[in-house]
Design a protein around this ligand. Structure first.
Ligand code: UD1
Ligand code: UDP
Length: 378
């Protein structure tokens, strides 16, 4: 058996790794060893609990208001120790967080091959998103096998000069995870979601570093204005646990009866909330991938995106954080059925729910013990 160390640390990595961990456990040739860095804590444990994943090792690096260099140092030291103890045949990392880039670097230093899941996303703007654009470019340099979610991401990697035989288009495993939790029809966990019963709803999330401060304050003002203009509509805001986010985003929304702020929702509750909402207003990467397959229009609180596929398909629109533009864009979707219908189409540019088996086949092929599956095409 080849030992594949699956290393991750934040909520979105946990969601997107879960289908791969479960599929690795079924492989006849590969076995997973799950190492979490603990860059996130409650938001990470919540996801592992939902998918029944028990990490073999936990670096527990999280600190309140941690800075990038601190996470980097702690993950590098912790990963080096577990790599030396476990001696895996490959390390699998996902996405573009600090955990991703540093776990890949630690593996490279130990001469363990790196496999990158969700490879090839690019904005070509080094500070936007920060630090993710550079994290993923560095991870591409460190990796030996690149699992690209779409043909757009594959083409980005080929333009960077990577060998086409090292790149496989798998679809995004987030769609595997989403279809899995939706099919399980789990009972609602957060009682606050009862408010969605039959009322029109807008789901709001915001957490990105480049939005901290002014841009996030403008988002909060826009939501406050919308809540006053649309008193029958619920504005549901599951707030990220980062205090830097909460301090700016939440105070302007206090006292508004139709703004419901919750702690981070379990993934199954969040999937339910997306399905029950008519509009999603977000700066999240994962939500831009999930919502199109649920047929929900997404307005993205950013100036650019590394996920152009759903923009092309018409279900995702970049609105940035200009207060007036956010208010106008949400208002239009809430009041103009033609504008709404033009965006609310179920499309699946990111996956068909079969990304994890393609990843396992690509890994088996990498080790010379299996064949790749046909690539994902929407
Ligand atoms: C991180 C990733 C970002 C990803 C996001 C997903 C980096 C640099 N950033 O950003 O790419 O989109 O996760 O959410 O890798 N906290 C808790 N409990 C938790 C999680 C966070 O208390 O379970 C608080 C802590 O105070 C922590 C702070 O949030 O210091 C920030 O967490 P951090 O991982 O550094 O940054 P994120 O903004 O979450
Ligand atoms: N999500 C969740 N609970 C929440 C908010 C988001 O489970 O309260 C899920 C969401 O469905 C998506 C992922 O978390 O799969 C996105 O995480 P986040 O926005 O933190 O990170 P990003 O995708 O921007 O890196």
């Amino acid at each position: 058996m080849r030992k594949v160390m699956v290393a991750y640390g934040t909520r979105p990595e946990a969601i997107k790794m879960a289908p791969v961990v479960l599929a690795l456990a079924e492989s006849r040739h590969l076995e997973p060893v799950v190492v979490v860095t603990g860059q996130h804590r409650q938001m990470l444990d919540q996801v592992n609990g939902l998918f029944g994943i028990r990490p073999a090792r936990d670096l527990d690096v999280i600190r309140p208001r941690q800075e990038l260099h601190e996470v980097t140092q702690r993950v590098l030291a912790g990963m080096t120790e577990v790599l030396r103890a476990e001696r895996p045949d490959a390390v699998l990392v996902q996405g573009d967080t600090t955990t991703t880039m540093v776990a890949a670097l630690a593996a490279f230093y130990e001469k363990v091959p790196v496999v990158h899941l969700e490879a090839g996303l690019r904005t070509h703007d080094r500070y936007n998103p920060f630090p993710e654009e550079i994290n993923r470019r560095l991870t591409s340099q460190l990796a030996s096998l690149h699992l690209a979610p779409t043909s757009v991401s594959r083409d980005n990697l080929l333009r960077d000069g990577l060998d086409p035989s090292d790149v496989v288009v798998t679809g995004n495993t987030v769609i595997d995870a989403l279809l899995d939790v939706v099919a399980r029809e789990l009972p609602l966990e957060d009682p606050a979601l009862a408010v969605l019963d039959g009322r029109p709803a807008v789901l709001v999330t915001s957490h990105r570093r480049e939005s901290w401060g002014e841009p996030m304050a403008r988002t909060a003002s826009a939501v406050a204005r919308l809540a006053k203009e649309f008193p029958e509509t619920v504005f549901l805001l599951p707030a990220h646990l980062n205090p830097t986010v909460r301090e700016v985003l939440l105070p302007p929304l206090e006292g508004l009866a139709n703004v419901v702020v919750t702690d981070p929702l379990s993934y199954s509750d969040f999937a339910r909330a997306m399905a029950a909402s008519s509009v999603l207003l977000t700066d999240s990467g994962g939500v831009q991938e999930e919502a199109p397959s649920l047929g929900k229009p997404v307005l993205v609180l950013r100036d650019n995106t590394e996920r152009p596929e759903a923009v092309t398909a018409g279900t995702v629109r970049l609105v940035g954080t200009d207060e007036r533009l956010v208010v106008e864009s949400v208002s239009e979707l809430l009041t103009d059925p033609a504008a709404y219908d033009a965006m609310a189409r179920a499309v699946n540019p990111y996956g068909d729910g079969r990304a994890a088996p393609r990843c396992i086949a690509a890994l088996e092929h990498f080790f010379g013990v299996g064949e790749r599956l046909p690539e994902f095409a929407p």
